[in-house]
Write a new protein. Structure first.
Length: 156
């Protein structure tokens, strides 16, 4: 185990947090990433909050900054990454048909209905959240992956 924790520059998928933790504790970075995914699922969102906090607080490897500078640099990095992802999503939506926007709209409307029913106390709405929602996510995810795979073959 190393003395000081840094975000990895070489083993990075988003910000190098998992790669840095893996390097610090002598673990496989894939295992650390799986743990973060589990923390995102149970309790909901905890992994995202921990990841964002570490992105802000932990300096990137090879930099020697004070804590306020580290937080400023991390915040600027988060903003830049969000812009990049937003531009990629925007360009991919413009390149494709309106189907992804329609699917996203339907998912958001469905989520809104489920949350409204849960907040209004409809007990039977809990099965929607616990059963139907994961199935819907799986179906939409598989459909998007298949569309991407089949679309990739036609582009060649």
């Amino acid at each position: 185990m190393k003395d000081k924790l840094y975000r990895s520059q070489t083993d990075s998928m988003i910000a190098g947090v998992c790669g840095g933790l893996a390097d610090h504790f002598g673990l496989d970075s894939s295992l650390v990433r799986i743990l973060f995914v589990l923390f995102v699922l149970v309790p909901p969102g905890l992994g995202i909050l921990i990841y964002l906090a570490m992105w802000l607080i932990v300096p990137r490897a090879g930099t020697e900054t004070t804590p306020p500078e580290t937080v400023r640099a991390g915040a600027a990095e988060i903003v830049q990454k969000a812009r990049t992802v937003g531009e990629e999503v925007r360009s991919s939506v413009h390149r494709s048909t309106r189907t992804p926007g329609m699917i996203l709209g339907l998912v958001l409307v469905g989520l809104g209905i489920v949350f409204l029913l849960l907040n209004l106390g409809f007990i039977w709405a809990h099965w929607i959240w616990r059963l139907l929602w994961p199935v819907l996510l799986l179906v939409v995810g598989v459909a998007l992956l298949l569309r991407h795979l089949w679309g990739g073959k036609h582009d060649r």
